[in-house]
Design a protein around this ligand. Structure first.
Ligand code: ZN
Length: 340
């Protein structure tokens, strides 16, 4: 089937699970009640995607507070009690981040709970997202390793253990989120791809990397405004990604100043192309989605295109996110009729 649909990964959480419309929102329950709420939200997220015509579904990241910290919470050697303020993504915004204070190790499984719930409640192909090593390094204060590359490879080893376990849980696509790849392009080529490859080592399921220009939050919108008329960050990292064993690349395409011709640099890879803008509440029409897919088809073979969102939808309004999911499903259906 042409143009299967998916999302970058996250969906907004119901207001009974966490405070809506914000990142790092505190949970609304604790203990057993929180576990039940996470489970219910996970099942609901799957149902909403299926009903909207999303083919490759995710658990919507309903069981984690943030895509990076959700992973870090189960990593030993990290001091969560004493967070420090740090400028992340090359100082684009400040975040309160935990500190690495000892050799890193996994305290057991990280995402088994929600991965198994999701697997039990959908027959669709299931995608699961993990933060990539470089993005983890960029979202933590290092008080132990003293070297970003060593820290990245320590994370890569832990990510690999969790990714293999997720594969055993029945996950079909494991996607590493690397928004830091668009910020530290030299480091991507020096060690970022190598660390990512280590994280994906030995996986037989489909592997993907998501590289975007971020959620539709103020700091990102301002950053994008400062990037000039053409965003060519991808140009510097795609050749190395094309040479890596990662099979799919999730990128931002719609309402973006990324010249689509850069996607030619990903020859041989499946492109999860963002055809839904997460930085606006305006709902795309199916016709617009067809036109976006058509413009991507000019540079990527159509059988290599997956229709997706530009980034995660975690901080969006729920009604908007649901309408965008439906638009994505309808747009891809129309594209199959017109461009198939
Ligand atoms: Zn993203």
């Amino acid at each position: 089937m042409l143009f299967p649909t998916t999302t970058a990964g996250s969906l907004p959480k119901p207001e009974w699970l966490a405070e809506p419309n914000r990142l790092w929102a505190p949970w609304k329950a604790e203990g057993e009640a929180l576990a039940r709420a996470k489970r219910d939200a996970t099942v609901l997220a799957l149902k909403l995607q299926e009903d909207a015509g999303i083919d490759i579904v995710t658990e919507g990241e309903q069981a984690r507070q943030h895509f990076v910290h959700g992973f870090l919470e189960n990593v030993g050697g990290i001091d969560f009690a004493n967070k420090v303020e740090m400028g992340i993504r090359d100082d684009r915004y400040k975040a309160m981040v935990p500190q690495a204070v000892a050799p890193l190790r996994l305290n057991g499984r990280v995402h088994a709970f929600e991965a198994r719930i999701a697997r039990a409640h959908t027959t669709h192909p299931l995608k699961f997202t993990l933060p990539g090593p470089m993005t983890l390094v960029d979202t933590i204060a290092d008080r132990h390793y003293g070297d970003r590359v060593k820290l990245a490879f320590a994370f890569a080893e832990l990510l690999n253990a969790e990714a293999r376990a997720l594969e055993a849980d029945g996950i079909d696509v494991i996607q590493f989120d690397e928004p830091a790849f668009n910020v530290y392009m030299d480091a991507v080529n020096d060690w970022g791809i190598a660390a990512l490859t280590r994280a994906a080592e030995g996986l037989t399921c489909t592997t993907a990397v998501h590289i975007c220009y971020g959620y539709g939050i103020k700091a990102n919108i301002e950053w994008k405004g400062a990037l000039g008329a053409e965003w060519r960050q991808y140009e510097r990292i795609f050749p190395a990604i094309a040479n890596s064993p990662i099979r799919q690349v999730s990128v931002e395409c719609v309402n973006s100043r990324v010249p689509l011709e850069l996607l030619k640099l990903l020859e041989g890879k499946t492109v999860q192309a963002g055809v839904i803008d997460v930085a606006t509440d305006r709902i795309e029409t199916p016709d617009e989605i067809v036109r976006t897919i058509e413009s991507i088809m000019a540079v990527v073979p159509k059988e290599m295109i997956v229709a997706s969102t530009n980034c995660g939808m975690a901080p969006m309004r729920r009604d908007v996110a649901e309408a965008k999911l439906k638009a994505l499903g309808a747009g891809a259906r129309l594209a199959r009729e017109r461009l198939g």
